[in-house]
Ligand binder design. Structure first.
Ligand code: BTN
Length: 327
């Protein structure tokens, strides 16, 4: 009933529709309609009322429910068939992993308005405040050879950067392998977790944390100096629903390109947005630290580092420090 009333109001969003007409259309009493209007208002929908004119849906809440996001979502697969929404969860990556092991397909989305155990790379915490950022995980089942697995994170970073360019005219850069930065501050992070088997990739979970409407004071004190949000950059709050819709589309477009074998264009774009190539950097790959010059990213998304002795190292993952983070 709630959904029917919402759909009827949405069809005429911004225009008045009489209670009588609604009741007739949905074949219920006017009192039943009024009851549902109160439910919608409690959820954040702004429904104006006027004795002579009836109801008018004038604003939608900025919540990332399936209902809100799928209305106007132009992807073919991503987030269309399987959309799991939580107001609060431990970590969307953990939940998506469970779903993937149960066989959920490519494009399944798990999204939360808040995470109580949001995870970053290397066991770090990912601060995920209520309704401020966008926190989600996608299940991917790409038909790629194992050696191509490192192509995944770069295409995601690219899709995020492109979305911020196109929607807000921002100029983000990519800090290999998985951070998106604006003016040296991190606006988004990606946590990629894969399950492989003898034949190749079983599934990949990509977890994205995008800082949308946070203000600097919303971040934990220790990361304030290196974090930013879209709101901070453009000086106004953003509509997260539109942002997510656009991001999902861009992710899907680039994903299809990856699968169709047109990786060259993706990696070329990644190189052009790279904040690492050409710099003297330090990489910590967990086993130890290495210094050198980042001389490129190869066709499989692997970072090429030239050490002071002139040897070239293939770096498949790690934490990169770029100037001015290193002296
Ligand atoms: C990083 O930069 O270290 C990666 C951050 C990834 C955070 C996202 S938020 C949604 C998903 N669920 C998690 O627990 N982590 C990722």
């Amino acid at each position: 009933m709630r959904k029917k009333v919402l759909t009827a109001l949405r069809d005429k969003q911004g225009h008045w529709v009489s209670g009588e007409a609604l009741a007739l259309e949905l074949d219920v009493t006017r009192t039943a309609i009024w009851k549902q209007i109160k439910v919608l208002r409690a959820e954040g929908y702004v429904v104006d009322t006027s004795p002579g004119k009836g109801y008018c849906l004038s604003a939608l809440p900025d919540i990332l429910t399936e209902e809100q996001v799928q209305f106007g979502l132009t992807t073919q697969v991503f987030a269309q068939e399987h959309y799991f929404y939580f107001r609060e969860i431990g970590s969307t990556n953990d939940y998506a992993k469970k779903l993937a092991s149960q066989g959920y397909p490519d494009g399944t989305l798990v999204l939360a308005e808040k995470q109580t155990a949001g995870r970053g790379r290397r066991g770090r915490e990912w601060h995920s405040g209520h309704y401020q950022g966008i926190y989600f995980s996608l299940i991917l089942r790409p038909a790629l050879a194992l050696r191509e697995i490192f192509r995944v994170t770069p295409f995601i970073a690219l899709a995020i950067a492109e979305t911020l360019q196109e929607l807000f005219g921002l100029e983000p850069g990519i800090k290999w392998p998985n951070d998106v930065l604006i003016s040296g501050r991190k606006v988004a992070g990606i946590l990629t977790e894969a399950a492989t088997n003898m034949d190749g990739i079983d599934y990949i979970i990509i977890g994205i944390g995008l800082n949308a409407n946070q203000q600097i004071r919303d971040f934990p004190e220790d990361i304030r100096h290196r974090a930013t949000s879209i709101r901070e950059e453009i000086k106004r709050p953003v509509k997260r629903v539109e942002l997510l819709q656009r991001l999902l589309l861009q992710l899907e477009l680039r994903y299809r390109q990856l699968l169709s074998g047109e990786y060259n264009e993706i990696i070329e774009r990644v190189r052009s947005l790279s904040l690492v190539i050409g710099h003297d950097i330090e990489v910590d790959n967990g086993a130890g630290k290495m210094r050198g010059k980042a001389i490129g990213i190869d066709d499989n998304g692997i970072l090429l580092l030239r050490d002071p002795q002139g040897n070239i190292h293939n770096i498949i993952s790690g934490e990169v420090l770029i100037p001015p983070q290193i002296s």
